[in-house]
Design a protein around this ligand. Structure first.
Ligand code: PRT
Ligand code: MG
Length: 225
């Protein structure tokens, strides 16, 4: 059996066309079913549904052979585990799906450039503390990081923080909350991750899958503007 870990929502939705291109149909709709293990049209391939941030853990410890996770999730996961954090996670393909960017945003009235220039100590709320810490350290900025698990947009509006580090895709969430993007940290897309031991043991079935994902993501990349 080959087990693929996916999270519900955009990762699942964007992975479906890639699976389809590899000749695999998922036989149940996760939005309609409560099942956490979904069968596919290939009797030897199944999909398990986990939290986005749990995908690397499942793959690393062998609960799944492969998975799809955002680069943001992978970076935070690797940092979380400290030295050797990436051991047991092979990343053969940037799938180019679930694209967005990691940015710094503030209230429209906050002069971020001046605060940065003057070396002011600012408060930054984020779920992505490791990415944020590295970013501000590289700029030599002094920040107090406040860890949040969601609704980061609220932090500058309530005075909890001066700025946030969050993912942005269309920009409409920031706009709806009168926040502005003041710095682009990095572009993000989802990666295929593979358990190296599984790859060794089930090479004959996993290699073709990796190649099919790679080919399908290249084909869709060519259609992208
Ligand atoms: O909620 P949970 O803890 O299970 O995980 P999650 O929130 O990380 O999962 P999910 O499904 O929301 O995101 C999975 C992955 O999709 C992320 O790890 C990213 O790599 C990728 N992705 C792509 C995004 C977005 N685009 C995105 N726009 N993840 C989150 N957002 C959020 C963003 O945090 C903000 O709240 O959408 C809002 C902004 O969107 P716009 O379009 O208004 O700019
Ligand atoms: Mg979410």
């Amino acid at each position: 059996m080959i087990t693929l870990a996916l999270s519900k929502g955009r990762i699942f939705d964007d992975t479906l066309p890639l699976l389809r291109a590899a000749g695999i149909e998922v036989l149940e709709d996760p939005e309609k079913s409560r099942k956490l293990i979904l069968p596919t049209s290939r009797p030897d391939v199944r999909v398990v549904l986990v939290r986005a941030s749990d995908v690397p853990t499942y793959v690393q410890y062998g609960g799944a052979d492969l998975g799809v996770a955002g680069h943001d999730v992978l970076l935070e996961h690797t940092h979380e585990l400290g030295p050797g954090g990436a051991v047991g996670l092979y990343r053969p393909v940037d799938l180019g799906i679930a694209r967005c960017r990691m940015s710094v945003a503030t209230r429209a009235g906050f002069d971020y450039a001046a605060a940065a220039r003057q070396g002011a100590r600012i408060r930054v709320a984020t779920k992505y503390t490791h990415i944020a810490r590295e970013h501000f350290a590289a700029k030599g900025m002094h920040v107090d990081l406040i860890k949040l698990y969601g609704s980061m947009e609220l932090a500058p509006l309530t005075g909890l923080a001066d700025a946030i580090v969050d993912l942005v895709s269309t920009g409409s969430t920031l706009k709806a909350n009168q926040l502005v993007e003041v710095e682009h940290i990095m572009d993000i897309s989802a990666r295929l991750v593979v358990n190296p031991a599984a790859l060794k043991l089930k090479q004959d079935r996993i290699r073709p899958l990796i190649e099919a994902f790679d080919a399908a993501s290249r084909a869709t990349a060519e259609l992208r503007p």
